[in-house]
Design a protein around this ligand. Structure first.
Ligand SMILES: C[S@@+](CC[C@H](N)C(=O)[O-])C[C@H]1O[C@@H](n2cnc3c(N)ncnc32)[C@H](O)[C@@H]1O
Length: 240
């Protein structure tokens, strides 16, 4: 008799994703993202930023990595919720599904975990542009009687408003605020050309390749919108 076994490969990172997956938008590739975070927090003590938290699953996974490494890096999450404007289609702005019920759900889980595990955590209920323009210039960390102005970050995860004009601003802003050995991760971008650019960045530095990166992000954004428009059209036809 032949028994067929399917061996599921699990490790610490995939287990974390499975544990918090029900609070995530999607789980694909997320173990890879937290592996990068693991690498950077082992070397760096500066804060971690997440733009766009939704139900809190991604930020909870980040906290697990901070806990695993027994580190005290601050985690800052930024999200306006409140069904704020979202570009579902080019030039068509509508209200997003991200309401304040999600804010209450996310912060419940995040603050509970942070309390139990003594994770340094702060939430900014606002759009990323307000954070960059008004909060960052005065952002300080208060730890052990010391006050420290935040200049750089060990890890930045961009998963907020998926709109190239906003993403442009976020990338330009954070690009020179990442520590050497840290990461800037842009979610929901799966493009071979963008991956090829990665090696150029490593060889020549970010600043030199910034314009090319921004152009790629704009192209990808346009392609995604085209696909979504086609999908919406076919869905309408199917409904008729
Ligand atoms: C794709 S979801 C985030 C998913 C989450 N990181 C995860 O992996 O489970 C996008 C989030 O971005 C937020 N958002 C929308 N516009 C934003 C903006 N201008 N700045 C920051 N966050 C924004 C939405 O409220 C929503 O919660």
């Amino acid at each position: 008799m032949v028994y067929k076994h399917t061996i599921k490969k699990t490790d610490f990172f995939t287990e974390i994703v499975e544990k918090h997956g029900y609070l995530m938008d999607h789980q694909e590739c997320f173990d890879g993202i937290i592996r990068r975070l693991d690498e950077s927090v082992q070397k760096l003590d500066s804060p971690i930023i997440e733009i766009g938290s939704n139900r809190g699953g991604s930020a909870l996974s980040f906290m697990e990595i901070i806990k695993k490494n027994k580190k005290s890096n601050w985690l800052f999450c930024i999200d306006p919720y409140g069904n704020s404007e979202y570009n579902l289609e080019e030039k068509v702005i509508s209200r997003s599904e991200y309401g304040n019920d999600r804010y209450r759900l996310a912060t419940k889980h995040l603050f509970e975990f942070a309390y139990e595990e003594k994770i340094n955590f702060s939430f900014f209920k606002m759009i990323s542009e307000d954070f960059m323009n008004f909060v960052y210039p005065n952002l300080k960390i208060y730890d052990d009687g010391k006050v420290c102005k935040v200049e750089k970050f060990s890890f930045v995860f961009l998963d907020g408003r998926h709109d190239s004009s906003v993403l442009d601003k976020e990338i330009s802003f954070f690009l020179n605020k990442i520590e050497i050995g840290g990461y800037l991760i842009i979610d929901d971008v799966n493009e071979p050309k963008l991956r090829r650019l990665e090696s150029k960045f490593l060889a020549e530095g970010f600043e030199k390749n910034k314009d090319e990166l921004l152009q790629r992000v704009r192209d990808i954004d346009e392609k995604t919108m085209k696909k979504e428009r086609e999908y919406a059209k076919s869905a309408n036809h199917a409904a008729c």
